[in-house]
Design a protein around this ligand. Structure first.
Ligand SMILES: Nc1nc2c(ncn2[C@@H]2O[C@H](COP(=O)(O)OP(=O)(O)OP(=O)(O)O)[C@@H](O)[C@H]2O)c(=O)[nH]1
Ligand SMILES: [Mg+2]
Length: 443
């Protein structure tokens, strides 16, 4: 996710952080780079322009403040603006009414049915009883698809075959009322275009059921097309929010960065895999930190918490913050991560492990086994103090693990880079320096 734009911001920040003084010239140079990075990530032109203008004005204002570290101050301005652009706060679902009705709409193949299942699964995990309604009567197998998603999620599906979708939705909600369900999710038919007959149909469903949440499901891979369709859609139907799917792919970030500003509607979730648990709450602060290359330590810790027992998770947090994380912990992490799905995604959240570093490491699942073999071939002392591993030790480890020396070098480089980054972040936290908002939540 966001590799390309993150790489760009990392390089911009390398320059900015070193600035001893903020001058008009370096403000202009930097914002020009930022604008280019945004446009290359397919961010809406007007959004990029407005973003850069605000950053420029704020940076010029800061110059007068004579802060001790002007470069850091500049980084903070960009980070704050990015958070604002993404929507500032987490936006939950309004599910007060019983049953609360969630209407899912979107273009064909955007991920409505998959997302219906993910939402149902998430709500069920949170103790809600959910019913899904199959209102896509046009595509053959659409109903069967929802039923199968429902089986995986352990959530029942209301269907009537290919009757009138408006009536199906209405009766589905009646059924949920009868069953005393908390939430009903309406899976509607995909639309090729935003106008046309199908649009009339979804408006009719909207008018009939008066949903509590009308969520536009947008394919995050389609960049500005997703933004434009969301806008057009919102003009026809009042949306309460957006879910961006397929953010696990090589989505450039344009949709995530523009959709809120263009439609005025919050992104509530992002889809991060094809699986049922591949739906994350959209947290503007965390996403900003990921886009800007600050890593997302909080997410890793949370994922870890899902898998580790509590003591292990606390231990892991403590080690991250105190920077006593060693190769044994790293190995344990790798083993646990195997259970967590996409390696690349998880490592991408590690500070200092994104973009280039990640490509270099090219972590696929076989690689996990190799990395384990390498760490297994080290002595306990070496794992605790990897800096002790000199040339001859590397050769020994290479022989022991059956992996080329370059791989041992790459692993050790990565690890030391990661540690450096963690140390920096730990320090920032202590001093309360900018850009580390999410770190506060460790406490
Ligand atoms: N990688 C990834 N794939 C996804 C995600 N969400 C959906 N998909 C995939 O996208 C494809 C289309 O998803 P559907 O849920 O069938 O899309 P839909 O909007 O219901 O499509 P129609 O009913 O035809 O309009 C499927 O292959 C899904 O597995 C996601 O977050 N990540
Ligand atoms: Mg569908």
């Amino acid at each position: 996710m966001f590799n390309q734009i993150t790489e760009r911001f990392e390089s911009i920040f390398r320059n900015v952080r070193g600035l001893g003084k903020i001058t008009d010239k370096n403000i202009n140079d930097t914002v020009r780079e930022v604008r280019r990075a945004l446009l290359d990530a397919d961010v809406n032109f007007k959004v990029a322009k407005a973003f850069v203008k605000t950053v420029q004005e704020k940076a010029q204002g800061t110059k007068v403040l004579k802060s001790i570290k002007p470069g850091q101050q500049f980084v903070k301005i960009i980070r704050d603006e990015m958070v604002t652009l993404l929507g500032s706060d987490i936006e939950g679902l309004d599910l007060k009414r019983k049953p609360a009705v969630i209407l899912l709409a979107g273009l064909q193949g955007a991920g409505k049915t998959t997302t219906a299942g993910k939402l149902a699964y998430r709500l069920k995990k949170n103790g809600k009883s959910v019913l899904m309604v199959a209102a896509d009567i046009y595509r053959p197998a659409a109903i069967q698809q929802l039923i199968s998603v429902g089986e995986q999620a352990g959530v029942p599906v209301y269907e009537e075959g290919s009757d009138d979708p408006i009536a199906i939705c209405k009766r589905g909600i009646e059924e949920a009322r009868f069953l005393k369900n908390d939430v009903v999710i309406l899976d509607t038919a995909g639309r090729l275009h935003v106008d046309g007959e199908m649009m009339v149909e979804i408006q009719a469903i909207f008018d009939e059921v008066k949903p509590d949440e009308t969520l536009y499901i947008a394919d995050g891979m389609t960049g500005q097309d997703a933004v434009n369709s969301a806008r057009a859609f919102h003009e026809a139907l009042p949306l309460s929010g957006v879910i961006l799917t397929k953010m696990d792919g090589d989505a450039r970030g344009g949709a995530a960065l523009s959709i809120r500003e263009v439609t005025g509607k919050p992104i509530k979730f992002i889809g991060t895999s094809e699986k049922l648990d591949g739906l994350d709450v959209f947290d503007p602060k965390r996403i900003a930190d990921r886009i800007l290359g600050f890593g997302d330590v909080v997410s890793i810790v949370e994922k870890a918490q899902d898998i580790f027992d509590e003591d292990q998770a606390k231990d892991f947090q403590r080690k991250l913050v105190k920077n006593t994380f060693d190769l044994d912990d790293f190995k344990l992490q790798l083993q646990q991560m195997k259970k967590m799905g996409s390696m690349g995604d998880l490592l991408g959240m590690m500070p200092g492990m994104n973009s280039k570093a990640l490509k270099q490491l090219n972590m696929d699942d076989r690689q996990v086994g190799w990395t384990e073999a390498i760490i297994n071939s080290m002595t306990p002392g070496e794992r605790q103090q990897p800096e002790r591993i000199n040339g001859s030790r590397r050769l020994r480890i290479s022989k022991g693990s059956g992996r080329p020396v370059q791989e041992i070098n790459a692993l050790l480089n990565q690890f030391s880079q990661m540690k450096k980054m963690m140390k920096k972040m730990g320090k920032m936290k202590n001093k309360g320096l900018p850009g580390m908002g999410s770190f506060g939540r460790f406490n």
